[in-house]
Design a protein around this ligand. Structure first.
Ligand SMILES: [Zn+2]
Ligand SMILES: [Zn+2]
Length: 339
């Protein structure tokens, strides 16, 4: 049984990772595939060394099969296919007391604060599990977690039929927010500057604008009959995204902040006055977002497989992260974790 351990200094070592027998209320999973996420890249680059206890197995996007159940677990049995909602709330803080567990003040994000899924065998609390249909393709199922992130953003944004939606950023989450908004019947435009990502977004039939070539606010104004977009999703976490987002929304429009801003970014707050805009952040997901994401992935209503750039053995994790750091054109790379 193997695992990929982050040991600091841009180094991931694949070594022995013995299966942990599940304690009461826990389940041990055999991991099929793990998906590499931007968060994993941040860990690799050392941005999260204050949270990660090295050496530690990282990874939080996965698909797998129940291999062993601990005492008292009745909801799952050996052989069930499942994904993990990779966070555990403290249950005691003010956010938890309000029922907003995904923004727990002491949240334990699996694969960041505690060991993750880039290993053959992963033991987790049963309440983090979501059941998959037996016939689901486990490669596609490894995309359920990011699909749930997007489902959360679309649900909180209250995307409705015929609304004009602008998504800033066509990385995996941006594309998923755009696709899931389109499924709600919205009229979607996605903004992106990277040619590889532009091409991929177009393969999904999305309308794409490159703000380096097109005057994006003017284009959105024209497309919406002078009004502006009902909803703007900022999914880049970048200063240019923060700068432009307020210039795209209609009067009383909604701005949903999905991207992670590691640094403060200037925002034209005057637009909030002029247009009575509203802004709302979204973080992670809630259980119901997995209940949306799983049937969506299983239904194949959207060719999510186009997001999978490559499937590689876990042993190639180090060179894969090095390629990503060098700017490789990847959307989602899956690591085959099975022993
Ligand atoms: Zn992720
Ligand atoms: Zn809490």
């Amino acid at each position: 049984m193997k695992g990929a351990f982050y040991q600091g200094n841009k180094s991931l070592r694949v070594g022995d990772s013995p299966p942990q027998p599940p304690a009461s209320g826990e389940v041990r999973l055999d991991i099929a595939y793990g998906g590499i996420c931007g968060t994993d890249v941040h860990i690799y680059l050392g941005h999260m060394d204050h949270r990660v206890r090295m050496p530690q197995v990282i990874g939080h996007e996965m698909s797998g099969t129940v291999a062993e159940v601990g005492e008292g677990v009745t909801e799952f049995k050996v052989g069930d296919k499942a994904v993990v909602r990779p966070w555990v709330p403290c249950g005691r803080c003010p956010a938890c007391k309000m029922g907003h567990y995904n923004v727990c003040h002491q949240i334990n994000v699996l694969g960041v604060d505690t060991p993750g899924c880039f290993q053959s065998s992963w033991t987790v609390p049963v309440q983090t599990l979501h059941r998959l249909p037996d016939d689901i393709d486990l490669k596609l199922a490894a995309l359920v977690e990011p699909v749930a992130v997007a489902a959360h953003a679309v649900r909180i944004g209250q995307v409705a039929e015929k609304e004009h939606v602008v998504v800033i950023g066509a990385g995996p989450i941006g594309i998923l927010v755009a696709l899931e908004s389109r499924l709600k019947g919205a009229n979607v435009l996605i903004s992106e500057i990277n040619p590889f990502r532009i091409d991929l977004a177009r393969e999904f039939g999305l309308e794409v604008a490159n703000p380096k070539e097109t005057d994006l606010p003017a284009h959105v104004t024209e497309k919406t009959g002078g009004a502006g977009a009902d909803i703007v999703f900022e999914v880049t976490g970048s200063a240019p995204g923060a700068e432009i987002m307020t210039r795209l929304a209609r009067t009383r429009g909604r701005i949903i902040i999905v991207g992670i801003f590691a640094e403060p970014a200037p925002v034209a707050l005057g637009q909030f006055f002029l247009r009575e805009l509203r802004a709302r952040g979204v973080r992670l997901h809630e259980p119901e977002d997995f209940e949306t994401a799983i049937p969506l992935v299983a239904s194949r209503a959207v060719p999510f497989e186009k997001l999978i750039s490559d499937v590689r053995p876990l042993e190639r994790i180090q060179d894969t992260f090095e390629e990503i750091e060098r700017g490789a054109n990847f959307m989602k790379v899956l690591l085959k974790c099975s022993g």
